[in-house]
Ligand binder design. Sequence first.
Ligand code: BGC
Length: 746
Amino acid sequence: MQIRTFPSRSSLLFMVALLASAPVHLKAQAAPSAQTATDRPWMNPKLPAEQRAEMVLKQMTLDEKLSLLHGNGMPGVPQWSMPLTALANGGAGYVQGVPRLGIPPLIMSDAAYGVRGSGANGRYSTAMPSNLGAASSWDTKSACAYGTVIGQELRAQGFDMTLGGGVDLVRDPRNGRTFEYTGEDPLLAGTMDGAMMRCEQGQHVVGDIKHYVMNDQETGRFFVNAIISKKAMQESDLLAFHIAIDLANPSAVMCAYNRINGAYACQNSYTLHDVLKQQWGFKGFVDSDWGATHSTVASSDAGLDQEQPMADYFGPRLKAAIASGKVPMSAIDDHDRRVLFGEFVSGIVDDPPQKSVVDVQKGFDTAQHVEEESIVLLRNQDNVLPIDPSRVHSIALIGGHADVGMISGGGSAQVDPPGGNAILPPGQGATRWQEHIWFPTSPLKALRAALPQTKITFDPGTDLASAEALAKQSDVAIVFASQWESEGMDLPDLMLPHGQNDLIERVAAANPHTIVVLESGSAVMMPWIDKVDAVVEAWFPGSAGHKALANVLVGKVNPSGKLPITFPKSDDQLPHATIPKPPAMPRGNPLGTPITGPMSYTVHYTEGPEVGYKWFEAQHKEPLFPFGYGLSYTTYKYAGLTVDSASKTARFTVTNTGNRAGTEIAEVYAQLPHGMEESDYKRLVGWKRITLQPGESQTVTVPIDTRTLKTYNTAQTAWDFAPGAYAVYVGGSSASTPLTATLMIH
Ligand code: BGC
């Protein structure tokens, strides 16, 4: 006879209370494994994600299926409020799970360079350097560390899906989101973004790569129609996404607001169905940018899987479309299969997030390391840098709020600084949309700590005469200049705003040893370049930017970053002298209600695949600083290039010819055979970071990535790899390639 013992009521209550207070992951694992094996065979982590998704799908009701295909509002945006909005954990969105079947909800947060919204939620998160900044390291290990920290901090706050990973090519450096992207070259941008997202998703959060595709400007972003040929798009912006997606295998791809050759990005069957899903075989799901869904049937047909953040089109209307036969059940199953696959493959089913205190120190260390690798030394006349305290006894530190902090990028990428905006009195609470935010990372304090014997005096730079007077009496003057950027705006031009050029001119006239530190999200034009001794590009430098910067300025760290974008001399060097403005502002509120018109607003990307340095080369224009450029406190010599056409590798030797250890990023480019269309510029095909002691030489072999050498054949829907002689170039920047050899393709 079987004896059953029942727990007493009080012990039952105790168990219930215990379970309720247990960490999320314990609750998820509470089901006994024997039962799981029979009742929920998909919970077996050894099975492939596809198989697990298929098994769950078979168990789901129609309403459960529909619940995975739309959001439930966005906290803090009244127009985007739904009954379950509060479950978004203070993040950007929430998708119901299927608790009955062990499928967790998607709890999403923006996290471009760190977890967003911490201020409003009383939490802390690390700001890594901007994505573009980090791309200047050309270091995939660094990108991985970057993604790992963000993934861990998302989980610690209870999120299981990131909205990060911007990889739109920097076609126009005035794009206000340039700092969120990883540069102008498809191989570099795709590789750096892919490495970051691979490691972020590796922490068991659903990874999302955005904004697919051609979201290359913010002006009129909700309706601008990007016109570009399929061939040009395949060889540029799509290639960057493909490389990133291949590397990261993200669970999700976010379609963009804009239109592409007529159709909205979230109902564009060419980019979503034909390219992403068919040609690339992407198995995850497509979620719309916030408010970027414009239809039910057309979007479902084109390949949108999940509407965000509302259920305007993929809620009751989708159900009605199924009932009327306008959307087949097979399409719904496909959408759901993809969401489920994304949940399994990212690991959030087996290892849901567990709220915890983030490892603040690890965040600081990583942010500092990434920034130290990302700072780009653009000019260094007479070796004014690194600062030598035996010769420099006084420094004037001028402008840019450098006494209290360093600036950060805004919009949905904004990470909230601990203690609030450093340039405002404490206690002002969470950051507000498009407020200019300084982190409490004081270069003044960091430099004083690094140079204890040197007199360092700060002047805010608001009174030119006072700045000039201080510069005059100091051995060296350092001007801090910033160019703030954000989602939802483009820069009118690449000039430093707020009279900062005048300040630099005045200081440079007063002190022959003037150094300019730039905190910018994109390229900066420098009419004063010949008048200053040094320029250091620190980007938006993140939570430990001041320490990294001080280490570079005093030479504890030898700069090694190289530009991931071209710095033009003037706006008229760019393919478009200005960003075209919409003829009239559309009706509708971008945050919540659908946009209507003007549908005639187009941007013609006539430069095609000639993005950034390719454009400058093809047009024979000389930029201010070329792609791939960056100085060091030592010098390098390149020699002995051989190319092995069979293995498609380049082999060469780099020697450190100076007297300091350093890391050189050696760049390999190749050019299509003479006579071919698009043979008038070279393309990045590989690179290697090489650390060398003074006098040391290293011979390295760099694989030639042929993805950037193939040309897209639209008629055949295929890539051609033309036979012929490809010139291979090796050197320290796109404009300085002392070594050449030939790659033969038969
Ligand atoms: C942005 C996305 C962001 C989303 C959610 C949109 O406006 O374009 O990048 O992930 O909002 O905040």
